[in-house]
Design a protein around this ligand. Structure first.
Ligand SMILES: Cc1cc2nc3c(=O)[nH]c(=O)nc-3n(C[C@H](O)[C@H](O)[C@H](O)COP(=O)(O)OP(=O)(O)OC[C@H]3O[C@@H](n4cnc5c(N)ncnc54)[C@H](O)[C@@H]3O)c2cc1C
Length: 573
């Protein structure tokens, strides 16, 4: 019961229990652009169900699991040497929903998940995960690693290995499920993975691994992909081979590696990340031993794309919370959403969130085509993946922080979702490659894959055939030319600036394309967002210009190029 001392109109608005899918009214129509009509219809009730869960039960479970991190045990109570990681029941329930009920890790690899007769396309997986991650980020790491390990194993592993492990990796029954992980990083080999010193020693048909892995998320997963150097192999990434490491051997005994300790982390506190000592652990070689690192990049890139999706989802949650607060809290006799500076703040969060969502869905579309054998789509996916990983993860740090401020003092209090979002968002841009390293990878994609030759015409094809489209074309051209020059002249110092420009050029083009198609239904919001990306992220801007020339403030003025009613459209329910 609320205190009688507080008048109802002054009581704190509480968003617990809102449907996070329905709170995002443009999502169904947007998704319809990326899924065929039958699949779209089929998925809507599942998205609806995920929205209900994410806004209520999952959100509460995530908060509980976050307060009760996993614990590593080394011995049974009877003194038997046995290691296991104890997880809170709230985390187990989060696993049940993600791996079990929705089959998020299995749906790309087999038919029958969510009653669909074929494996589901990437856009479907990312759409559902995008709603799930709005409640829980930590578990999305094991989900993504299980999904991407399965993909890499199917691509490069020999048939017997695939046949042995595929059923467990794609199981939805948690008792039968085998989760995945990846152990690459060592103390002297993080960004510079070529420094890996873990040894791989041939032992009959098998291999044995010796070394120490310094960051191992989902530490006790049933299977891990591991990079190690066979004795006598060359230095650097060229000498790395890829191995599949089972936690338990065929005879049921534990494999020879030890979890030394778990990390005490800022975010993802409910998911274990540990240090592992490989003491002659048995492992299976995956694919060509001379191409271990190249093969591993498939898993890394899928994890990077998943990170981009998660950043987009976290920004959407931040935006939904900020809009909720702004619509339901009153200050100085007015609803917050009526206040000019608050509207400006909300639009900035929205811009980052919507740009990321469009790039995510577009990349999912390109990935689908790439997997079907389209080489242009493969080259585009190659560059879009580090682009979204780099920029969306950076933007999520800021957007979640800005949304925290919208809730005022309560935003800083752990009972609300804002603080957890901020903590988790900071991880996205560190793991799977820091921002510098991923921006350099964008440049590598340009140099080695000729990715811009595939990307630019595809972006231009998307632009509206009108004056706005022409303005966009000029900005896309500038962003591409700048990135090309930076990459080919190897001007490392400008790599982040060039990757940022390219990301927003992609976002503006995709938003314009979506907007043009949706405009036919009377919804001009994505065209407007495209215009704001163009003005605020791609065109020159004087930081000391008066408010009428400040793009966001200008968007709020009645006489501005972007009419007031259209901004109202963006902020309305
Ligand atoms: C919670 C958590 C979980 C993780 N889980 C896993 C896991 O499951 N498996 C796994 O293998 N790894 C995991 N990692 C490791 C993670 O991927 C690495 O920490 C990350 O890639 C950075 O490597 P590093 O820590 O060695 O930093 P370093 O490589 O030492 O980087 C330090 C700084 O140098 C910068 N830098 C490096 N190279 C360049 C360059 N060429 N130009 C400019 N700047 C540069 C980086 O941007 C960074 O700011 C995890 C990390 C964390 C925090």
């Amino acid at each position: 019961m609320k205190s009688e001392l507080i008048p109802p109109q002054q009581a704190l608005p509480d968003s617990r229990g809102i449907n996070l899918y329905e709170a995002d009214p443009s999502f169904p129509a947007l998704l319809a652009l990326y899924l065929d009509a039958k699949l779209h219809r089929h998925l809507l009730p599942h998205l609806e169900r995920m929205g209900v869960l994410a806004g209520d039960e999952l959100d509460e479970l995530a908060a509980t699991a976050d307060r009760n991190p996993p614990a590593l045990h080394h011995r049974t109570r009877a003194g038997e040497e046995r290691q296991w990681i104890e997880r809170h029941p709230a985390y187990r329930r989060l696993e049940q929903v993600a791996f079990g009920d929705f089959g998020l890790a299995a749906m790309s690899h087999r038919a029958g998940v969510l009653g669909w007769p074929e494996p589901l396309p990437p856009a479907a997986k990312y759409a559902l995960s995008y709603v799930y991650v709005q409640a829980e980020f930590g578990l999305c790491c094991p989900l993504s690693m299980t999904d991407s390990l399965t993909r890499t194993l199917r691509k490069y592993g020999d048939a017997a290995l695939v046949a042995r492990y595929l059923p467990g990796l794609t199981a939805q029954d948690l008792d039968a499920l085998t989760q995945g992980s990846m152990f690459m990083t060592e103390q002297g080999a993080g960004s510079d993975v070529g420094g890996v010193v873990t040894r791989a020693v041939k032992d009959g048909e098998d291999w044995r691994l010796y070394g120490e892995k310094w960051f191992c998320s989902n530490t006790d997963a049933g299977l891990a992909m591991v990079l190690a150097r066979p004795d006598g192999a060359p230095a650097g990434t060229k000498g790395l081979a890829l191995f599949l490491l089972p936690r338990v051997l065929a005879d049921g005994t534990p494999n020879s590696y030890r979890i030394v300790r778990l990390k005490d982390k800022l975010g993802t506190r409910d998911m274990p990340s540990g240090e592992i000592l490989l003491e002659g652990a048995r492992a299976f070689l995956v694919g060509d031993p001379a191409r271990g690192f190249v093969q591993m990049t498939d898993m890394i890139n899928m994890s990077r794309l998943s990170n981009g999706m998660r950043a987009a989802g976290m920004m959407r949650r931040a935006l939904t919370e900020a809009l909720f607060v702004a619509r339901n809290r009153v200050a100085f006799g007015r609803q917050l959403i009526e206040l000019p500076l608050m509207r400006r703040q909300l639009l900035k969060i929205m811009l980052a969130a919507e740009a990321a969502r469009s790039v995510m869905l577009h990349t999912a579309y390109e990935l689908h085509n790439a997997d079907a054998g389209d080489d242009g789509a493969r080259r585009r996916t190659r560059i879009l993946t580090p682009l979204i990983k780099f920029r969306a993860c950076r933007d999520a740090r800021r957007a979640t922080g800005d949304a925290m401020e919208v809730r005022g003092g309560c935003g800083y209090i752990e009972e609300w979702s804002d603080a957890r979002l901020v903590r988790d968002a900071h991880l996205g841009s560190i793991w799977e490659g820091t921002s510098n390293v991923v921006a350099l990878d964008v440049m590598r994609a340009i140099r080695r894959e000729g990715a811009l030759d595939a990307l630019q015409p595809a972006l231009e094809e998307m632009l509206p055939k009108d004056a706005f489209g022409e303005t966009l074309r000029a900005s896309v051209g500038r962003a591409v030319a700048f990135a090309d020059e930076v990459a080919n002249k190897r001007e490392e110092i400008h790599s982040r600036q060039a990757a940022t420009g390219l990301y927003y050029a992609v976002a503006a083009a995709v938003l314009a394309s979506e907007g043009s198609r949706l405009a036919a239904t009377g919804d001009a919001r994505r065209l407007l967002l495209s215009a704001l990306v163009l003005q605020h992220r791609l065109q020159p801007r004087d930081p000391l210009a008066r408010a009428s020339e400040d793009r966001f403030a200008a968007a709020l003025l009645p006489e501005a190029a972007v009419p007031h009613e259209q901004v109202n459209q963006l902020l309305k329910k």
